[in-house]
Design a protein around this ligand. Structure first.
Ligand code: FES
Length: 173
């Protein structure tokens, strides 16, 4: 009896400690939840309009930009941007001959981005390119255009040996 009476205060003290600790944890969890509720739930996504550099950065043909996952295609004085994200499950496609090939499941795409084989359900999207402030090119990854939409750059300064009457003068779109 005296033993049980001796353990009583310890057990009570232990239970009291658990109760106080549990209450403190509960208050802390609610306080954290309340403080979190003060921060707005904003989904931070990168901007879709990306500055990709001046036209001189892009030689004739394809230039792959890893950050944007696009091919910048320069043909003479026109520039277009084609997504390199496979429309099947999002792998990065590479060039293959005149078109494109996805290494993940074998989808193939024609030069205009149309899906020509494999599981890809649709064409690779094209994105508009424009000239921004300072002459840098800007591609809008949030907008899709047709493969025929190209930015025609201002004609370069004519060289002495290529002056021809009626030379094309493009306007930025
Ligand atoms: S992700 Fe390209 S074929 Fe599957």
């Amino acid at each position: 009896m005296s033993e049980a009476g001796g353990q009583g205060p310890d057990r009570r003290g232990l239970l009291k400690g658990f109760a106080i600790g549990g209450a403190a944890v509960g208050v802390a969890v609610h306080a954290i939840a309340w403080m979190r509720s003060l921060v707005p739930n904003v989904l931070r996504e990168p901007p879709t309009r990306r500055r990709i550099g001046e036209p001189g950065r892009f030689p004739q043909g394809h230039t792959y930009l890893a950050d944007e996952k696009i091919f910048v295609i320069r043909e003479e004085e026109s520039v277009r941007a084609l997504s390199a994200i496979c429309t099947h499950l999002g792998c990065t496609v590479g060039t293959q001959g005149e078109g494109y090939h996805c290494p993940c499941h074998g989808s193939t795409f024609a030069a205009d981005g149309e899906a020509t084989g494999g599981p890809a359900p649709r064409a690779l999207p094209w994105h508009p390119v424009e000239v921004g402030g300072g002459g840098s090119l800007i591609v809008d990854l949030g907008v899709e255009v047709g493969p025929e939409v190209a930015l025609v750059l201002e004609a370069r300064a004519p060289k002495a040996d290529d002056r021809k009457p009626g030379g094309a003068q493009g306007e930025p779109k």
